[in-house]
Design a protein around this ligand. Structure first.
Ligand code: ASP
Ligand code: MG
Length: 407
């Protein structure tokens, strides 16, 4: 008998009808001989609604009380789903995070799971129950309720799968898997049958927001096979594992892009030790994350320095850079908030040369100017003008044959 942990997100449990459909699906898995632990999110929109209520009381709610409030969202869905299972004749029992217990640190609003006692869940499974657990919440060592941060139910599911040594952790959502790129940009984007943890982390950190990044990291660390599936359609979804599919010889697995980028450049600063740190030090002190960094090789004793930051840090970063530019006697400070980053991702890059040059040639053919480039072992990223996002992604998707099933 296999043990599966399934997680259903907010839209999958958004109405009583949908909760009923989830119950049917869970029972279907039980009939096929699996033991099932179900983790649920709050009904869609509920966490935002609760946050809104708190804001009507005070602009800065006490974080302990905010977690107390937010934890109610998931408590509603565990009870409703358990009732739906029972009503269909399936033995089932629900638990809040603290009841399991799922033990966390005390960082309200972004708590980290420290330990889970699996005994209670195991005992219920052994007596033929489906166990329904509230996602996103836990309890600290003082008995205070905590929450794990937005999207945290994914992490609850993976953590439970880890301690229960589940055979698979299935994340049911409103898309039917991980795609070669965003289907809203490329209509013939293809669902990937499988992807490695490393690739998934790159895709996720670049904006393919199918899964919470922390959950992917967690599953990778403990080697729990993760599967992303739709709760609205049938299908195999996408399996995320360490195994690279030896049948597939794809050079590139997917194309990720990120609209959340802006670029800052300081031109003509003195080329001497300490300049990079003089520029990036104050940026780091202002708690601004820097993504890409490029420094031109110096000429005439001066150099140019360019880096990118997220859009909501743009204004603050620009002010800092203008200030530094003046102090360092820079020739000019330039900035652009209409840029995007496009990245090719794939473990196939480790063993295949020439992918970068094919990428650059493809963009050149479309008349797209590359403003910055960065590479890692399984990723090549370029920064281009935002108006070229769709054109660039489509051209690359075609150039690397991503719409076709790899042979
Ligand atoms: N309900 C929480 C949220 O909206 C947790 C989750 O959905 O995973 O962030
Ligand atoms: Mg959610």
């Amino acid at each position: 008998m296999t043990l599966i942990v399934q997680k259903y997100g907010g839209t999958s449990v958004g109405t009583p009808e949908r909760i009923g459909a989830v119950a049917d699906r869970v029972i279907d898995y039980c009939r096929r001989g699996h033991q099932v632990v179900v983790v649920v999110s709050a009904m869609s929109g509920e966490t935002d609604r609760l946050l809104g209520l708190a804001q009507q009381i005070t602009e800065s709610p006490d974080l302990r009380e905010q977690d107390m409030l937010l934890a109610t969202g998931e408590q509603v869905t565990i009870a409703l789903l358990t009732m739906a299972l029972q009503q269909r004749g399936q033995a089932a029992r629900s638990y809040t995070g603290p009841q399991v217990p799922i033990r966390t640190d005390s960082a309200y609003g972004k708590a980290r799971i420290e330990a889970i006692d699996p005994d209670r869940v195991r005992a219920d499974l052994a007596t033929g129950h489906v166990v329904v657990v509230a996602g996103f919440q836990g309890v600290d060592d003082q008995g205070h309720i905590t929450t794990l941060g937005r999207g945290g139910s994914d992490t609850t599911a993976v953590a439970l799968a880890t301690v229960l040594q589940a055979d698979e952790c299935q994340i049911f959502t409103d898309v039917d898997g991980v795609y070669t790129t965003d289907p809203r940009v490329v209509s013939d984007a293809r669902r990937l049958a499988r992807i490695t943890f490393e690739e998934m982390l790159e895709m996720a950190s670049l904006g393919s927001k199918v899964l919470q990044i922390r959950a992917v990291e967690f599953a990778g660390k403990y080697n729990i096979p993760l599967r992303v599936l739709s709760s609205f359609t049938e299908g195999e979804g996408t399996l995320i594992t360490y195994e690279e599919n030896t049948m597939e010889h794809a050079l590139v697995t997917g194309i990720a892009f990120n609209r959340d980028e802006t670029q800052l450049t300081i031109l003509g600063v003195e080329d001497r030790p300490g300049v990079a740190s003089a520029i990036l030090g104050p940026i780091a002190e202002a708690n601004i994350d820097v993504d890409m960094i490029v420094q031109n090789s110096g000429h005439d004793g001066t150099t140019d320095f360019t880096f990118t930051v997220q859009r909501n840090d743009y204004k603050a970063a620009l002010e800092i850079v203008q200030d530094i530019g003046a102090r360092l006697g820079a020739r000019e400070v330039k900035s652009d908030n209409k840029i995007v980053k496009i990245s090719l991702v794939g473990v196939g890059m480790r063993t295949h040369a020439g992918i970068a040059s094919r990428m650059f040639a493809t963009l050149a053919q479309e008349g797209i100017n590359i403003r910055m480039i960065s590479t890692s072992e399984i990723k090549i990223s370029v920064v281009v003008d935002q108006k070229y996002l769709e054109l660039g992604v489509r051209a690359l998707h075609e150039a690397f044959g991503l719409e076709q099933e790899a042979a």
